[in-house]
Design a protein around this ligand. Sequence first.
Ligand code: ADP
Length: 255
Amino acid sequence: VANLKTKWLGHHIHYCELTTSTNELAKRLAGEGCEDGLVVIAEEQNSGKGRLSRGWFSPFARGVWFSVVLKPPFMPQEASKCTLLAAIAVVKAVNKYKGVQASIKWPNDVLLDGKKLVGILTEMSAEFGRINYIVIGTGINVNVPKEMVPEELRATAVSLADVAREPISRVELLADVLGYMEELYEKVLHEGFKPVLEEWKKYSSTLGQQVKVIAPDQTYFGEAVDIDEDGLLMVKREDGRIEKVIAGDVSIRPA
Ligand code: ADP
């Protein structure tokens, strides 16, 4: 990757033109014992993954579709916070383009003009209370022309090229994201998650908003007031009770 300024992240790259999903491939390589910091990149995914078995549309050479393998020393329950870390890295990288001001929708989406620019999916393998590896998959829509976008996504998806007022190099964008990821990850290793969670709040478009929480067992409205030290969203319900929302089980919709 040209312009890569990292110390270790992405020094090994597994590149392919087409794969099912970079997360699937990264998990396989991690299971076979690949090194910490491996990055899997595909020009196209024909079965890209979102959360809760949803798909991610990833047409050939139109985005940055990649997954990172990390072997962190922290507890399995901390892994989900890596999604927040990845979201910050992407927002910092895309916001360098002129005219772009993206924000993070808790927990795993990066929005631009209220539409989805990036999806992030973190998956983990853990055993005996320890993490074997985590895989953070990120899909950035760089230049997916509107007419190429499936009908059902047209109103909600956006590409960087729709908004940026300058040309975008996918390689430079990837190098930038990896640079920020490494920086943030090393910060977590040295100082824990607290500073990174604080930084996340600066880029969040969810905090302060009225939200509708759709959980498997209940649906309710409230105000997203904060995230706690585990990265859970704290929602203040109309009766004043605070609910902590776990990323895995819910969809948040603006109320
Ligand atoms: P959610 O936003 O509900 O958490 P995910 O983050 O798991 O969902 O993302 C998957 C969803 O994103 C899909 O169900 C689809 O609606 C939408 N989607 C799929 N591909 C793209 C894309 N390239 N750009 C924007 N949105 C997409």
